[in-house]
Design a protein around this ligand. Structure first.
Ligand code: PYC
Length: 399
């Protein structure tokens, strides 16, 4: 008989930790709580099926070539956990470290990439500037001519970057959690959080109430709604991010190509399809419906880079919801207002890359009460204190 990846369970009346959101961040936190800290009674609740949120809607790109001294070591630690993930989980997550190129088409983007290359190198992350001839050698199909609408001046080349199978990551964590008897409850929507005297006591769901020793909000798209249920306001605005996939072609592209000026990113899957992504839509929305204007924008900018792709057909288009914070850095930590309410939210367009390390650090925080150094800068209190992190310049896709 085929082994189930995770088992359906009945919802208990109480847990040590209730995790709201069973995407990669929630699953990773549960995994590390069980594996490293021996926490036994953990429930992961999700309003949809596993991977139905941003864990299954991202374009599966991993990288650590960020800009700030807080962001670079954090994402570097995440890439390193992804590198070991197949062995760690006993499950092949198909990580292809094919290399990642961020293109510059203007003087100002070139200066930005130079700063990132230098910051990366100082902090031990492999990335450097390369120029059109070398770009062409790596990516023969790309248009480096001066006839291009946005001629390419340089690229930040980041060899450890690449793509991974995002659904395999979800399934690998879910299977490992299930083996530790961590309960996964899909289709279990949270409708309220009862807080008394500064403590979260229980979580109301569409399948009943559960008492909780600690509650973690690790949702994307619904982060402010869930935190508000506990009386915790968040400085988040939500925007759609859209992507699409084309019909398959013979292999011609073995690097991830990102243009921060054109706000488009392109990679070719093992099946030959091109995965193309856009910047966030310019208006706030919780919708997950894709739109024709964004598809036109993605297609137009992809053709700016690869004019020979005209006529290629689009197979599917989709959207996810990105929770944007004022400094484009996440919010990870214990809420100031509620002593046992934790958050790992506000991931903007970076959440998938950070799942393993965010989960590991959040688990440590919940289990020990101590905030790991890697997440100290991302505390919920930083907005009030005016200590913003400033990761916006490393965003490929958010204007
Ligand atoms: O930051 O690399 C990135 C990215 C790609 C797609 C969304 N964000």
């Amino acid at each position: 008989m085929t082994e189930r990846m995770w088992r359906p369970r009945s919802l208990q009346s109480s847990y040590d930790v209730v995790i709201i959101g069973a995407g990669i961040h929630g699953l990773a936190t549960a995994y590390y709580l069980g594996k490293r800290h021996g926490v036994k009674k953990i429930a992961l609740l999700d309003k949809g099926y596993l991977g139905s949120g941003n864990s299954g809607r991202n374009t599966a790109i991993l990288r650590s070539n960020y800009r700030t001294p807080e962001g670079i070591p954090f994402y570097d630690a995440s890439v390193k956990l992804y590198e070991q993930m197949s062995q760690e989980l006993g499950w092949n997550v198909l990580f292809s470290q094919c290399g990642h190129l961020t293109l510059a088409h203007t003087d100002s983007s070139l200066i930005g990439l130079r700063v990132r290359a230098e910051n990366n190198q100082v902090l031990g992350v492999d990335s450097k500037l390369i120029f059109p001839d070398e770009i062409k050698r790596m990516v023969p199909a790309i248009d480096i001519s001066s006839r291009a609408r946005f001629p390419i001046m340089a690229a930040l080349y980041h060899p450890p970057g690449g793509v991974i199978r995002h659904d395999a990551v979800v399934w690998g964590y879910a299977r490992a959690c299930d083996r530790m008897d961590i309960e996964i409850h899909p289709y279990t929507e949270v409708t309220g959080i009862r807080v008394e005297k500064g403590r979260a006591l229980s979580v109301a769901t569409t399948r009943g109430n559960v008492a909780a020793g600690a509650v973690l909000n690790v949702t994307a798209g619904w982060a402010s709604t869930i935190s508000k249920m506990a009386g915790v306001p968040l400085p988040i605005v939500s925007h759609q991010l859209q992507a699409c996939v084309t019909e398959p072609l013979k292999p011609f592209l073995d690097k991830v190509i990102v243009s921060a000026t054109l706000h488009v990113y392109v990679n070719q899957t093992d099946k030959g399809e091109l995965v193309l992504g856009a910047e966030i839509d310019p208006y706030q929305s919780y919708s997950m419906r894709s739109t024709l204007p964004t598809l036109e924008q993605i297609a137009g900018h992809t053709l700016d880079l690869f004019p020979q792709l005209h006529g290629l057909r689009i197979l599917r288009q989709w959207a996810g919801v990105c929770d944007m914070t004022p400094d484009y850095a996440p919010i990870i930590g214990r809420a100031e207002e509620v002593e046992n309410f934790y958050m790992d939210v506000g991931w903007g367009t970076y959440g998938f890359k950070a799942g393993p390390i965010a989960g590991k650090c959040t688990a440590e925080l919940i289990a020990t009460g101590k905030t790991p150094g890697l997440i100290q800068a991302f505390s919920p209190g930083r907005f009030r204190a005016g200590r913003l992190v400033g990761e916006k310049a490393a965003a490929a896709v958010s204007s």
